[in-house]
Design a protein. Structure first.
Length: 135
């Protein structure tokens, strides 16, 4: 989470956390710079490593509600907040799926959920992003 963060500070902070965070931090820094070129004032960032929703609660559009509540709880937006994640489906017991059909199906479902919550792919990258606006 970054309040009033610049791209360079974001890159350094994300890199200090982990390699995965460094990757989504790089995407977030690029998205932040792109959005800052518009008329929207955005300098807050939320990097999502993972969110697990129990299977009986899936399909209820909870992801966007969770993200909106996180942004609001952490008071991350003046006009908007850049949110970035790298989709990686997790097995019910934890940890990523091994390569194969089961992982592919889980990834397709995860991407549908992320798109339904407002995320879109960042160019040709695996990472996905969205801009949460204060409406």
């Amino acid at each position: 989470i970054g309040w009033s963060v610049g791209a360079a500070a974001l890159l350094g902070a994300a890199d200090a956390i982990s390699a995965d965070s460094a990757y989504i931090g790089q995407i977030a820094a690029s998205a932040l710079e792109q959005v800052q070129e518009t008329e929207i004032f955005v300098d807050d960032v939320l990097l999502i490593d993972r969110i697990y929703i129990e299977s009986d609660h899936r399909g209820k559009n909870l992801l966007r509600l969770i993200l909106d509540n996180l942004v609001q709880t952490f008071r991350l937006q003046i006009q908007g907040c850049v949110v970035v994640t790298e989709p990686e489906p997790q097995r019910p017991g934890g940890g990523p799926y091994p390569e194969g059909e089961q992982r592919d199906a889980a990834m397709a479902g995860l991407i549908r959920s992320l798109e339904g919550a407002g995320f879109s792919k960042w160019g040709n990258e695996k990472a996905m992003w969205m801009l949460v606006l204060d409406n």
